[in-house]
Design a protein around this ligand. Structure first.
Ligand SMILES: *[C@@H]1O[C@H](CO)[C@@H](O)[C@H](O)[C@H]1NC(C)=O
Ligand SMILES: *[C@@H]1O[C@H](CO)[C@@H](O)[C@H](O)[C@H]1NC(C)=O
Ligand SMILES: *[C@@H]1O[C@H](CO)[C@@H](O)[C@H](O)[C@H]1NC(C)=O
Ligand SMILES: *[C@@H]1O[C@H](CO)[C@@H](O)[C@H](O)[C@H]1NC(C)=O
Ligand SMILES: *[C@@H]1O[C@H](CO)[C@@H](O)[C@H](O)[C@H]1NC(C)=O
Length: 664
C-alpha cells in the first residue's frame, strides 16, 4: 500500500523512481533514484525523500552537482550509493556531513566527477566504509574533505585521476584492523611526508598503494603510522624510497614491493620484517646486509641467487617463551609463530636451480689457484709464440701461418680464463649479490663470446694443420699440388667467420651466456639452443675423426717406402700427431658431458663441470705453445735470433746462426 502511494508520488514529477522495501525489516527503507529514459531528466535530488530511508542509491541521474545538505534530512540513512551518474561533476561542501547513522558510502563510475569539496565527509560518527572508484576525471579532493570519521575502517580510492596524494590526516579513526586502499591512480607520483599521520590511531592492518604512478616515497612519509602490512606493488616507476621514509613508523611486518623499480630498501625497517615480497623487482640486484634481517621468515624474491644468502644464516633463538609448553599455545597462531618456533630458517623463493648453485664462480680454493696458473701460462706461452712467429725474419710458410692462428685462439682462451678469475676475486663469498650484474651484463657476454670463438677457432685450426700435413705428405712428389699461402688464407678466413658466427649466436637469443656464472652457452631451454649446442659439439667430434683419419693415412704413407716422403715432413707429422692427440684427448670429456647436458640428461652438476672447465678445457691452450713451438728446433732458432735482436741470448743465437749457415 505504502509502496503504491510512493510510486505514484514519484511519477508525478515525471521521473520514475524505484522504491524497494527492504525485506529484512519493514522499518528499513531502501530507495533507488534513477532516470529511466533519456528524455526524462532527474537533475536534482528530490527534496521529499522519506526521512525513514535507510538506503539510498542515486543512480544514472542527470545531476551535475551533489549539493551541500542534500541528504541531511535523512537522519536514519545507513548506506549511500552514488553510481553511474554521467553528468555529476562535483560533490559539494558538506555533501554528506552530519549523518549520524551513515556507515557506508560508495561513489563509483561517475565519469564526469572532478572534485569533492571541503567537509564532504564530516562528522560521520558511524561511517566505517568509504569507496571512491572509477572516476577518471576526479582530480581533486579538498584537504578538509575527510574529517573526524572515528569509526572508519575501510577507505578505498581507486581508478581516479587524482593528481596529488589526498589529505587523510584529519580522519582520526580509532577502528581496529583499518584497511587503506589506494589503487590505480596513475597520476599520484609521490607519497608526501606525514601522509598517514592522523589516519588511524590503532595499528593499520594494511596500507595498499598498489599500481599507482608513484615514483617516490618522501622522507617521513610514514611518520606516526603503525601498520602491519604495506604494499607498494605495481608502481612500476617507483625508483626511490627515502631512507628516512619509515622514521616514526612502527610494526611493519609484511612489505610487498613486487613489480617496482626499486634498487634498494631503507635499512631501518628490515629488522622488523617477517615477510618480504619482492618478485619481479629486477632492479633490486643487491640485497641489503643480511644481519639487518633479524626476524625474516619468508622471502619471495626475484633472483634465485639472493636466496643463497639466506641459506646459511643462523640466528639466535632467544624468542622461545616458557608458555609455549602449554597445549593452548598452538591455538594462538601469532604467539606461537613469534615465540615458539625454534626454526630460524627462512623460506625463500625462487630457490637456486642446478645452473646457479649457491657458490662462488670458483668454489674451491684449488680451482681458484689453478685457474690463475693456467690462464697466466696460456697468456704468456701463446703471447711469446705469437711474437716470435710474427717478429721472426724467416719466410712465412703455411704451417707457420696456421700456427699463428692457433696461438691467437689459445691466447683468447687465456684472456677468457683471466677474466673469469678476475671477476671471481672481488665477488668471493658474496657472489649472490653480484650474480645478476655479472651474468646479465656485457662482461659475461664478452667473456662467453671470447671463449666460444677461441675454442672453435682452435679446433678449426688444428684440423686445418692436420689436413695440410696430410696433403703435403701424401702429395710430396707433386709440386703442382703444393698448398700455397693463398689457399691457407682462404681456409682461415672461413675459420674466422665460422668461429665468430658460432660465438655470436648466443648473444642473439640462441642459447645464452647468462645462464651460468662461467658464461658458457649452457642454456638448452629452447629447441634452437639445443640444436646449436649439440651441433657445435658434433662438429668438434667430426673434426676429431677427421684428424684421426688423416693421421692414419699419413702413417700408412710413411710406412710405405715407395712413396718416399721428405724427411722433414715426416718428422713434423710425428710431432704433430703427439700434439693433436693430446689436445683431443684433453678435450674429449667435454663433448661427452656437454652432449648429455644438452640433451637434458646431465651426468655432472654445474659445480663439477667447472672442474672440467678449468682442468681440461684450456689445457691445450697451455700445452700448444710447448708442443708446437718451444719443442721445435726452428722455432727455438727463431726465438733466439729475435731475442738477440734485443740484445739477449747473444751466444745461443750465434750457435744457431752458424748451424743454419753450415747446413745450407
Ligand atoms: C514532493 O512530493 C509531492 C507529493 O507528495 C509532490 O507534489 C511534489 O512535487 C514533490 N516535490 C518535489 C520537489 O518533487
Ligand atoms: C612526525 O610526527 C610527529 C608527531 O607524530 C611530529 O611531531 C613530527 O614533526 C613529525 N616529523 C616530521 C618530519 O614531520
Ligand atoms: C628503472 O630504473 C632504472 C635505473 O635505476 C632506469 O634506467 C629505468 O628507466 C627505470 N624504469 C622505469 C620504468 O622507470
Ligand atoms: C645471540 O646474539 C648475541 C648478540 O646479538 C650474542 O652475544 C649471543 O652470543 C648470541 N647467542 C647465541 C646462542 O648465538
Ligand atoms: C624449542 O627449543 C626449546 C629449548 O630451546 C625446547 O624446549 C622446545 O621443545 C623447542 N620447541 C620446538 C617446537 O622444537
Amino acid at each position: 500500500m505504502m509502496m503504491m502511494m510512493m510510486m505514484m508520488m514519484w511519477r508525478s514529477v515525471t521521473v520514475l523512481m524505484m522504491i524497494v522495501v527492504n525485506n529484512r525489516s519493514a522499518a528499513e527503507t531502501s530507495l533507488t533514484i534513477r532516470t529511466v529514459r533519456p528524455c526524462e531528466r532527474l537533475t536534482e535530488i528530490p527534496s521529499n525523500i522519506s526521512s525513514n530511508t535507510r538506503c539510498l542509491e542515486v543512480m544514472q541521474t542527470q545531476i551535475r552537482v551533489f549539493p551541500s545538505g542534500a541528504v541531511t534530512s535523512l537522519q536514519l540513512l545507513r548506506k549511500l550509493t552514488i553510481l553511474e551518474n554521467e553528468m555529476l561533476e562535483s560533490i559539494g561542501e558538506f555533501a554528506f556531513a552530519n549523518l549520524p547513522r551513515l556507515s557506508d558510502i560508495i561513489i563509483s563510475e561517475n565519469i564526469a566527477l572532478e572534485s569533492i569539496g571541503a567537509y564532504a565527509f564530516f562528522n560521520l560518527p558511524e561511517l566505517s566504509e568509504i569507496t571512491i572508484t572509477k572516476s577518471k576525471h576526479l582530480t581533486s579532493i579538498h584537504p578538509d574533505a575527510f574529517r573526524d570519521i572515528v569509526k572508519l575502517q575501510y577507505l578505498t580510492i581507486s581508478n581516479t585521476g587524482l593528481l596529488f596524494f589526498p589529505d587523510f590526516t584529519k580522519i582520526h579513526s580509532a577502528a581496529p584492523d583499518f584497511l587503506f586502499d589506494l589503487q590505480e591512480n596513475n597520476h599520484i607520483a609521490r607519497v608526501p611526508s606525514n601522509a598517514f599521520r592522523g589516519l588511524c590511531t590503532q595499528t593499520i592492518m594494511e596500507i595498499r598503494l598498489t599500481r599507482n604512478g608513484i615514483k617516490e616515497v618522501a622522507s617521513d612519509a610514514f611518520n606516526g603510522t603503525k601498520m602491519h602490512r604495506l604494499s607498494l606493488r605495481g608502481n612500476q616507476q617507483l625508483t626511490h624510497i627515502n631512507p628516512n621514509a619509515f622514521v616514526g613508523s612502527s610494526e611493519l611486518v609484511v612489505l610487498d614491493i613486487c613489480h617496482t623499480n626499486l634498487s634498494s630498501l631503507p635499512d631501518s625497517i628490515l629488522g622488523g620484517l617477517r615477510t618480504l615480497i619482492a618478485e619481479s623487482t629486477e632492479q633490486l640486484k643487491e640485497l641489503p646486509s643480511l644481519h639487518l634481517f633479524t626476524k625474516l621468515h619468508q622471502a619471495r624474491l626475484t633472483y634465485p641467487s639472493h636466496c643463497c644468502a639466506f641459506q646459511n644464516i643462523h640466528r639466535n633463538r632467544s624468542r622461545w617463551n616458557p608458555l609455549c609448553s602449554q597445549p593452548k599455545a598452538q591455538d594462538n597462531f601469532n604467539f606461537f609463530r613469534d615465540h615458539c618456533l625454534n626454526s630460524t630458517s627462512i623460506t625463500c623463493s625462487p630457490m637456486p636451480d642446478e645452473f646457479n648453485p649457491c657458490e662462488d664462480i670458483m668454489s674451491y680454493v684449488p680451482l681458484r689457484v689453478l685457474i690463475w696458473i693456467i690462464s697466466v701460462l696460456a697468456l704468456l706461452g701463446n703471447g711469446v709464440v705469437l711474437l716470435v712467429l710474427l717478429g721472426s725474419i724467416s719466410k712465412l710458410t703455411v704451417p707457420r701461418f696456421l700456427m699463428c692462428h692457433l696461438a691467437f685462439a689459445d691466447l683468447c682462451m687465456g684472456v677468457y680464463l683471466a677474466v673469469i678469475a678476475t671477476v671471481d676475486m672481488p665477488t668471493r663469498g658474496e657472489y649472490y649479490n653480484h650474480a645478476i650484474d655479472w651474468q646479465m651484463g656485457l662482461g659475461c657476454r664478452a667473456a662467453g663470446f671470447i671463449t666460444v670463438f677461441a675454442s672453435e677457432l682452435s679446433v678449426f685450426t688444428l684440423t686445418a694443420i692436420t689436413l695440410e700435413r696430410w696433403h703435403t705428405i701424401t702429395n710430396a712428389l707433386r709440386l703442382d699440388r703444393k698448398i700455397r699461402l693463398r689457399h691457407a688464407c682462404i681456409v682461415m678466413t672461413a675459420g674466422w667467420i665460422f668461429s665468430s658466427l658460432a660465438a655470436l649466436l648466443p648473444t642473439v637469443r640462441v642459447s645464452s651466456y647468462s645462464k651460468v656464472s662461467i658464461c658458457l652457452p649452457m642454456d638448452v631451454e629452447s629447441p634452437e639452443a639445443q640444436v646449436y649446442v649439440v651441433s657445435l659439439l658434433l662438429l668438434n667430434i667430426l673434426a676429431f675423426f677427421c684428424v684421426c683419419g688423416c693421421y692414419m693415412s699419413i702413417y700408412l704413407t710413411v710406412r710405405n717406402p715407395s712413396s718416399m716422403p721428405a724427411h722433414a715432413d715426416t718428422r713434423v707429422a710425428k710431432r704433430m700427431a703427439v700434439l693433436i692427440f693430446t689436445d683431443f684427448i684433453c678435450m674429449a670429456p667435454i663433448p661427452f658431458f656437454a652432449i648429455s647436458a644438452a640433451l637434458k640428461r646431465p651426468l655432472i652438476t654445474v659445480s663439477e663441470s667447472k672442474l672440467l672447465l678449468v682442468l681440461f678445457y684450456p689445457i691445450n691452450s697451455c700445452s700448444n705453445p710447448f708442443l708446437y713451438a718451444f719443442f721445435n728446433r726452428t722455432f727455438r732458432r727463431d726465438f733466439f735470433l729475435l731475442a738477440a735482436h734485443f740484445g739477449l741470448f747473444k751466444t745461443r743465437a750465434q750457435i744457431y746462426r752458424t748451424e743454419s749457415s753450415s747446413c745450407q
